[in-house]
Design a protein around this ligand. Structure first.
Ligand SMILES: [Zn+2]
Length: 273
């Protein structure tokens, strides 16, 4: 078992228990970066730690909260400043690595963190087997066609790993245009996640890595794929971006994780007109 996975599991529990225990006081619920790292790594108060290590634990949690539409739990970890008169540390705000939804102020987001029923979520880093999730093992498994849900039950974490798996399978490039900026690449479901049954939502062969433009236009039914991965499109879309060319999307070498014709057929039959 890799230690990072154990620590992620513990980091989640630490933040959730602070949010639950101090639900009436944000000031009490907050924790400084260094104290947070100490708690996660099981170190004592007089041991030196670097607050910067916190990113290793906070980034995965932040992504899961975003992917699952949960309030940004990581906002509880904040910078501290020592008051020179009293010698006490004052808890301030999170550093610039923190990203909430961007739709609310920090105070509003933190109030939704404290109001949320975290006990109902369960620890996302707890795998289907009850042990800490080993990301390396999961990514290796899903790269051979296994569903993420074999390893992870939490939907948000499954989305996160699904995206990681597609980024790897498609070498971090849009399957249509090849654009390679991770910030604008989406893990697109061919059969939409909302109607997926059982393991379908967590299977890489039901996904394509697409840039935001190609993802949105695919979901809107402006273009679709034949079983041999050739792009077919509405006349306007074809005229503006394809012309008379025949374009095949880029697919992973491994057939097990290339788009499954069954999902492509579903998309063709159910896409918006
Ligand atoms: Zn694209």
């Amino acid at each position: 078992m890799k230690r990072i996975e154990e620590r992620l599991r513990r980091a989640w529990d630490i933040l959730v228990s602070r949010a639950v225990k101090h639900k009436d006081s944000l000031q009490a619920a907050k924790v400084g970066y260094e104290d947070f790292v100490r708690a996660v790594e099981g170190k004592t108060d007089d041991e030196n730690v670097s607050g910067r290590t916190s990113g290793n634990y906070l980034h995965p949690i932040q992504r899961i909260c975003a992917d699952s539409d949960l309030p940004p739990l990581t906002g509880l970890v904040v910078q501290e400043r020592k008051d020179h008169k009293t010698g006490e540390y004052k808890k301030l705000k999170p550093s610039s690595g923190f990203a909430g939804s961007g739709l609310q102020t920090y105070a509003e987001e933190m109030s939704s963190v404290l109001r949320h029923d975290w006990k109902a979520e369960g620890n996302p880093f707890l795998g289907a087997d009850g042990k800490a999730v080993d990301e390396g093992k999961v990514l290796k498994g899903i790269a051979t066609g296994a569903s993420i849900f074999t390893y992870v039950k939490n939907r948000g974490y499954a989305q996160t790993l699904f995206r990681d798996g597609l980024l790897k399978a498609y070498s971090s490039k849009c399957a249509v245009c090849g654009i390679a900026f991770e910030e604008i690449l989406d893990a697109a479901h061919i059969k939409p996640w909302s109607v997926c049954e059982g393991e379908e939502g967590g299977t890489l062969s039901n996904g394509i890595l697409l840039c935001k433009n190609h993802h949105r236009s695919f979901d809107r039914g402006l273009w679709w794929l034949s079983d041999d991965f050739t792009i077919e499109a509405k006349i306007e879309f074809k005229a503006s971006s394809i012309g008379k060319r025949t374009i095949t999307i880029w697919t992973p070498d491994d057939k097990a994780i290339s788009p499954d014709p069954l999902f492509l057929q579903y998309h063709r039959a159910n896409k918006p007109d």
